[in-house]
Design a protein around this ligand. Structure first.
Ligand SMILES: NC(=O)c1ccc[n+]([C@@H]2O[C@H](COP(=O)([O-])OP(=O)(O)OC[C@H]3O[C@@H](n4cnc5c(N)ncnc54)[C@H](O)[C@@H]3O)[C@@H](O)[C@H]2O)c1
Length: 635
């Protein structure tokens, strides 16, 4: 594989209004590429890893240099082609065409497996682009914070709002009678779970999850913004420390018992507190089951989409930190002798990852299977449980299929496909109604580097949508509480119509000098029209079109035709190789009339593909939005 580590250096995007490229559009791409690798933004910048397991911004440091050089010489009527993190060509196009076209991790479907991807990656032919890593519009944990905040808020409305029981299934009642420790400890159902404004919230509720990486790091703050208690297991103490430093997390503990006790105390007191515990998520759940404690909400954001470079197995090492050998034949979850998670054990596992990848992958699958089994048990006991888009369920099933001798065998990889998918995905549960309205994760960054520019844009959003209570609450909260990472930026979910309106407002701010340099607008690939991902964004589509992948391709082509500044198509993303195809776009407000026209076109067409996709699938809400807002369905 082309060396990703040699030549590593610290990169930060230039600030201010001085250009180092031949135009602002190229400069924007350059700064956002560099911003993705800023040590305050990226998870492992020396390896060019931005977030999400091994999601990279460029294939190697040599490739990074090549992209930077190409962007610096790129003319205003040229387009740079980037193939999986490598600059491969410059074409003469025209000023309204994208300045960069990117394709990441694409494989012919029959070859689209992790094994084949890794073989090709080792030959230096490709890289994992995740979603916004290889398309240069990652903005740190804030990017996911608002989505997670919205998801938890939607969950509170659905399960803890007016007329809801607070819990969902029969298991709850049974356990209420039986009295779980959590319920004996003050009985969550007896507390008022409303926030001070009277809206349903997570107050007095315990959210248990795993993973404090680039995306998962948003969970504790999103939970406490919703007034809940959050207990998160994370195997890497450095990640926990990073979330403490950026104030996404309140406390850290290296003892499971201590962390669980503290979380229960906070739940009883109705305090909004988050606790990161240095532990394997599967072990935390096992301990909750053992102590008969049922969380109110249960999910997971470990990097389970990647069994080698993401997820970390539990119990493969003995108390001396020595590898215990093949556990494939074991008929019960592998024991780790009660030894708590430790830095030594974690480091030994990282060595195993490098030296014996096949063993590591098998242990990863085994742990994921165990992890999902524990989630199912806690769900049975009444925890509101949902999959948070990391493909944990599918990998639990794959564990079963790969290592337990076929679909009829239940042990030791005991989770059957039908079981794992009893856990609902977060999109059908909470997000799809938003997608039907063309709503999605609109984000922007101030190329000046000046936080005052984001304050100006925040103010502009508040003025543009004074009647959108939740949106205004978020913008104010984010302004007060969210620490910037890298270039100052903001995210909020905007609907069809709202996105184009905001784009024009921001372009006017640039034109009138109300901000010090151009503003870049982009979005996550997790959006209404830009992704085909049957275990996540397109899970359980009304018309069964979950795996139809024409939609993200049409989205990318539409954004290219409309003149987005850079457009990308990716494979894999948050769920891994073979499981998703998706597209990204970024468009720059440089204050010019030409930008006005491009912004109007792109920010209309991009969410329109989402409304169209959901209308085509038969969602009433999308059909209504299309009818009322004039989205032409070509009928
Ligand atoms: N829900 C969404 O909207 C969304 C969006 C993008 C990505 N994702 C997916 O969510 C997952 C997390 O993304 P990320 O960017 O935070 O990834 P990341 O790689 O930056 O962080 C994952 C974290 O999980 C930890 N971890 C791994 N295995 C563990 C285990 N068994 N127990 C406890 N901790 C463990 C790692 O140490 C790491 O800190 C990925 O699979 C990603 O693809 C979800």
């Amino acid at each position: 594989m082309a060396s990703t580590i040699s030549n590593a250096r610290v990169v930060r995007a230039p600030r201010g209004s001085q250009l180092s490229c031949k135009g602002w559009l190229q400069e924007a791409a350059l700064r956002m590429l560099m911003n993705n690798l800023d040590p305050d933004v990226a998870e492992l910048p020396e390896q060019l890893i931005v977030y999400g397991g091994s999601g990279r911004a460029a294939r190697s440091w040599e490739d990074f240099d090549r992209i930077v050089a190409a962007l610096r010489r790129l003319e205003n009527d040229e387009t740079l082609l980037v193939q999986s993190g490598r600059a491969v060509g410059v074409l003469k196009t025209h000023p309204d065409a994208p300045r960069v076209l990117i394709s990441n991790s694409m494989l012919v479907p029959k070859w689209a497996t992790w094994d084949e991807f890794r073989r090709l990656e080792a030959m230096g032919l490709t890289m994992y682009g995740q979603m916004t890593a290889g398309s240069w519009i990652y903005i740190g944990s804030q990017g996911i914070l608002q989505g997670t905040y919205e998801t938890f808020a939607a969950l509170a409305r659905k399960h803890f709002g007016e007329g809801t029981e607070g819990r969902r299934d029969e298991g709850t009642e049974r356990h209420r009678d039986g009295g779980t420790e959590g319920h004996r400890d003050g009985g969550t159902e007896e507390r008022d779970a409303r926030d001070l404004s009277g809206a349903p919230s997570l107050r007095g509720r315990l959210v248990v999850t795993g993973g404090l990486g680039g995306m998962g790091g948003a969970q504790p703050l999103a939970a406490t913004f919703n007034q809940g208690v959050c207990l998160v297991a994370e195997v890497d103490p450095a990640r926990i420390e990073k979330r403490l430093a950026t104030r996404y997390l309140d406390r850290m503990s290296d003892s499971l018992d201590e962390a669980i006790d503290a979380a229960l105390r906070a739940r009883r007191a109705g305090e909004a507190v988050s606790i990161g515990v240095v532990a394997n998520a599967a072990d935390l759940l096992a301990e909750l089951i053992r102590r008969d404690i049922t969380p109110d909400v249960l999910t997971d954001q470990t990097s389970a989409h990647d069994p080698l470079n993401g997820y970390v197995p539990n119990g493969i090492l003995g108390s001396a930190g020595v590898y215990l050998g093949d556990t494939r034949g074991a008929m019960k979850p592998h024991s780790h002798g009660g030894e708590p998670w430790s830095a030594r054990r974690y480091q030994a596992l990282l060595r195993l990852r490098r030296e014996e990848p096949d063993t590591y992958v098998r242990e990863s699958y085994r742990t994921m299977n165990e992890h999902v089994r524990h989630m199912l048990e806690l769900r049975r006991r009444g925890a509101i449980t949902f999959d948070y888009g990391n493909n944990l369920r599918a990998h639990a099933v794959e564990a079963h299929e790969r290592y337990s001798g076929g679909p009829d065998s239940v042990r030791p990889y005991g989770v059957q496909p039908v079981d794992a998918f009893q856990i609902p995905g977060f999109v059908p549960e909470y997000i799809r109604p938003l997608f039907c309205e063309g709503s999605g994760p609109f984000r922007w960054a101030a190329l000046s580097g000046d936080p005052a520019d984001i304050a100006a844009t925040d103010q502009a959003v508040l003025e543009a949508f004074p009647d959108e209570g939740a949106l205004c609450r978020w913008i104010r909260l984010a302004g007060e509480k969210v620490a910037f990472q890298g270039l100052p930026c903001r995210i909020c979910w905007l609907k069809y119509g709202q996105r184009a309106k905001m784009g024009l407002v921001f372009n006017r701010l640039v034109r009138e000098g109300k901000v010090r340099a151009p503003i870049v607008i982009g979005r996550d690939h997790l959006d209404c029209g830009s992704v085909a991902s049957p275990n996540r964004e397109t899970e359980g589509m009304k018309d069964g079109s979950d795996a139809i992948a024409d939609w993200p391709m049409l989205n990318a082509m539409a954004n290219t035709a409309c003149g987005a500044t850079w457009v990308s198509i990716h494979h894999g993303g948050g769920v891994g190789i073979g499981y998703a195809l998706h597209a990204g776009m970024v468009v720059v407000c440089d204050g010019t009339p030409a930008a006005d026209a491009r912004l109007q076109r792109v920010l209309t067409a991009d969410p329109a593909t989402g409304v169209i996709r959901h209308a085509d699938a038969g969602y009433e809400e999308a059909l209504r939005v299309a009818r009322e807002r004039g989205v032409d369905l070509g009928r």
